[in-house]
Design a protein around this ligand. Structure first.
Ligand code: X2X
Length: 340
């Protein structure tokens, strides 16, 4: 069919009732995409995850010749983490990037990268997540009809912020009201450290801190920066207690509807963007602490010994080894050495 020219369209559009025009007019000039896919996430637009995801979406539109459009809904526009997780399961949205902690409410083994103090550096992280451990988790996600792209995106090593005191050792966590993600592992870990954790979706964190429903939260420094948590927190203790990443997942049926050539384009763009996003976080990590300090956060760097000891004593490692199973635990230990 001959494409309708923009001039032709504008000329004829003048005759249409105004209500029918809407804001979409210029789009009529292009064929509608064959696949229009929705991607929801919980992070502000300024986070590298959103910047790189937009690049991936642009690349997909171009490489597919306009056949595949990915529309991004950032910053909890479509609801909090729990809502988006159920939407990506039902097909209400096509893509979501839950933290491993959060998708573990559905696929428990996905939280394995978040075992306390398991990873000591990024070398170990990517060896595990790009290797056997990541493959193991993706298989478990596939059983729930969620397609996970190969390259996990970086959230970061989680640090602890509070409004009332720096955390010097595990003893300082005693009774502390701390927000954690909606994640059984996070709850167990902070209970093991003697704190009083409360699960809240990320969409609620800023106001929960502002209104002092909780005194503390834990997140990687880039999140503390883009979500402006420094405005409602005073201290930041570099506890490095968990490494956390985002799985880029697709609804299984939505993914299955894409023909193989388009799947290849989408996967290529998303995985490449993920690798670039990892580099962005790495670069941010070099400057973000100074930036947050300039904004008034007071930093300290506690040793990890007391935290590890408290967790061991609470039976955290023995318990989670049992929950994750020997196979997953063994894959983790292949990357980080003997844990418990
Ligand atoms: O909710 C959080 O703390 C965040 C943004 O790190 C996750 O998505 C788990």
């Amino acid at each position: 069919m001959k494409p309708i020219s923009r001039r032709h369209l504008l000329r004829h559009a003048a005759a249409l009732p105004a209500a029918g025009l809407g804001l979409g007019l210029p789009r009529f000039a292009q064929a509608a995409p064959e696949f229009s896919l929705k991607y929801g996430n919980n992070l502000p637009l300024t986070h590298p995850l959103n910047i790189r995801a937009q690049e991936a979406a642009d690349r997909v539109l171009k490489e597919s010749g306009g056949r595949v459009e990915i529309k991004i809904f950032p910053n909890n526009q479509l609801g909090g983490d729990t809502d988006m997780l159920s939407q990506v399961r039902s097909g209400g949205i096509d893509f979501f990037t839950p933290s491993a902690l959060v998708v573990a409410t559905l696929v428990p083994v996905a939280a394995i990268n978040a075992v306390g103090f398991a990873f000591s550096d990024y070398g170990q992280v990517w060896k595990a997540m790009d290797g056997g451990l990541g493959a193991h988790v993706r298989e478990a996600l596939a059983k729930m009809r969620l397609h996970a792209f190969e390259k996990m995106w970086d959230n970061g090593f989680r640090q602890t912020t509070t409004s009332n005191k720096p955390i010097q050792s595990a003893a300082d966590m005693s009774g502390m009201k701390i927000r954690v993600p909606v994640s059984p592992l996070s709850i167990a870990m902070f209970k093991g450290l003697g704190a009083a954790p409360a699960s809240l979706q990320f969409s609620e964190v800023y106001s929960a801190l502002q209104t002092k429903i909780v005194d503390a939260q834990e997140n990687p420094l880039p999140i503390i920066q883009v979500a402006k948590l420094y405005e409602v927190q005073k201290y930041c203790s570099l506890t490095n207690h968990i490494w956390d990443g985002f799985w880029f997942i697709a609804n299984g049926a939505s993914w299955g509807r894409l023909p193989p050539d388009l799947q290849k384009i989408v996967a290529g763009a998303i995985n490449d963007a993920g690798l670039k996003q990892r580099e962005d976080i790495k670069k941010l990590n070099e400057t973000v602490q100074a930036d947050l300090a300039a904004k008034g956060l007071q930093f300290n760097a506690p040793k990890s010994d007391s935290f590890r000891a408290a967790l061991r004593e609470a039976g955290f490692y023995a318990d989670w080894k049992k929950r994750f199973g020997d196979e997953a635990w063994g894959l983790l230990e292949q990357a980080v050495g003997k844990l418990a």
